[in-house]
Design a protein around this ligand. Structure first.
Ligand SMILES: [Zn+2]
Length: 339
C-alpha cells in the first residue's frame, strides 16, 4: 500500500513537471507561436473591418462596437483586464483628446487585457496597436483593414497565445499588457494618454512592441510579402535590436528591412505610431510595419486585400519578440540615447 502511494506521488510530481516546459526551448515557443493562425486572424479581421464598424472613428459607435467585439473575445478566452483596473476600458475624456489640436472628438477609450507574469509580475511588457481608424467621408466607409485592423487582430491572437501558455503552466515571467489604443489617427492620443496616466509605473515598463499595418505589401516589395520593416528597436536598447534579429532567425526567417529606421528617412515613421509615446519616456520600443500602399487612408483598405500568410508570420514575429523580452533573465538594457 505504502509503496503504491509513493509511486503515485512520484507519478503526480512527474506529470506536473512535464507540463512546465523550458520557456527558452524552441519547441515550447513554436508551440504557442503556431496558435496564431491565418484562419483566426481572418475571422476577427472580417468583423473588425466590416462596414458595421463604420470605419472605427475615434469615439464613434462603430469604434465602440469593434471594442465590444474585442472584449467579448478576451472574455471567451478568460483573459482578464489588468490588475488595478475596474474593467477592460481606460476612459479618455474628450477634453484630453481635443486639447492638443483643437479638435471636436467625443470621449473615447483605450482597451486593455492582461496576462500576469509568474516571476516578475511588476515588470510590464506592453504590446500595442491602435483600433481607431478614420471613419466615414462623403458616405464612404473607410474600413481600415490594414490600418490598423491587422495590428488589432494580431494583438488578440498574441494575447490568446500567451494565455494558452499560461494555462499550460508556461506563462510569461513578466506581465503582458495588451493595449488597444484609440485616437491614433488624430495624433497618437490614446498612447499619449496611457503614457501620462499609466496603470503600471513606467520605470517598470520594460518595452513596447507596437504593430501598425502588417497585412499588405508596398511597391518596393512587389515580388514578395516575406518581409517586415523594423523601426526603432536600436534607438534605446541594443538588447531589443538583437532580440528581434535573433528571434526572426530562429522562428520566422523573413527579410527584416531597416530602411525606415534610418534617422534621416523623410517619412519619419519612428515618430508616427504609438510606440513613440513609450520611447519618448525612455522605454525600449519596436514598431513592426509592412509599409504604405495605394489604399492607405482610402476607402479601399479592405479585408479582401489583406495577405493573411504574411500577416500571420508578422504577428508571430511580434509574439516571439515579446516572448523573449518577457522571459529572459535580465530586463532589457537601456544603453542608447533614443536618437
Ligand atoms: Zn495606423
Amino acid at each position: 500500500m505504502k509503496k503504491y502511494l509513493i509511486l503515485g506521488v512520484a507519478l503526480l510530481a512527474l506529470s506536473c513537471k512535464s507540463t512546465k516546459s523550458d520557456l527558452n526551448s524552441e519547441a515550447t515557443v513554436s508551440k504557442y507561436m503556431n496558435t496564431i493562425t491565418s484562419d483566426e486572424l481572418k475571422k476577427h479581421l472580417t468583423i473588425i473591418a466590416s462596414d458595421e464598424m463604420q470605419g472605427r472613428e475615434t469615439g464613434s459607435e462603430g469604434q465602440k462596437k469593434a471594442g465590444r467585439y474585442m472584449i467579448s473575445q478576451y472574455e471567451a478566452n478568460k483573459i482578464p483586464f489588468p490588475k488595478g483596473a475596474k474593467d477592460y476600458y481606460q476612459h479618455i475624456p474628450a477634453a484630453f483628446l481635443n486639447a492638443k489640436y483643437n479638435e471636436n472628438l467625443p470621449d473615447s477609450e483605450n482597451i486593455w487585457a492582461f496576462i500576469e507574469g509568474t516571476e516578475k509580475p511588476e515588470e510590464i511588457v506592453v504590446i500595442s496597436a491602435h483600433y481607431d481608424h478614420v471613419g466615414m467621408k462623403n458616405g464612404e466607409i473607410y474600413n481600415g483593414a490594414d490600418d490598423d485592423g491587422t495590428g488589432t487582430v494580431a494583438l488578440m491572437e498574441i494575447a490568446q497565445a500567451f494565455q494558452k501558455a499560461k494555462k499550460d503552466g508556461n506563462g510569461p515571467k513578466r506581465s503582458i499588457l495588451i493595449l488597444h489604443v484609440t485616437g491614433e489617427e488624430h495624433g497618437l492620443h490614446g498612447s499619449r494618454y496611457y503614457s501620462e496616466n499609466p496603470l503600471f509605473a513606467l520605470d517598470k515598463t520594460v518595452a513596447d512592441v507596437n504593430i501598425d499595418m502588417i497585412g499588405r505589401r508596398d511597391d518596393p516589395h512587389s515580388k514578395t510579402n516575406d518581409y517586415i520593416y523594423v523601426i526603432g528597436a536600436d534607438r534605446l536598447s541594443s538588447d531589443l535590436d538583437k532580440i528581434v534579429r535573433e528571434q526572426n532567425d530562429k522562428f520566422i526567417k523573413m527579410d527584416l528591412d531597416f530602411k525606415f529606421n534610418d534617422r534621416n528617412d523623410p517619412n519619419r515613421f519612428y515618430n508616427r505610431s504609438d510606440h513613440y509615446n513609450f520611447a519618448k519616456h525612455g522605454i525600449p520600443s519596436v514598431f513592426f510595419f509592412s509599409g504604405v500602399h495605394a489604399d492607405y487612408h482610402k476607402p479601399g483598405d479592405d479585408v479582401e486585400k489583406i495577405e493573411f500568410d504574411a500577416l500571420t508570420r508578422r504577428a508571430q514575429l511580434a509574439f516571439v519578440t515579446a516572448w523573449e523580452i518577457a522571459n529572459r533573465t535580465e530586463k532589457l538594457v537601456v544603453d542608447k540615447s533614443g536618437e
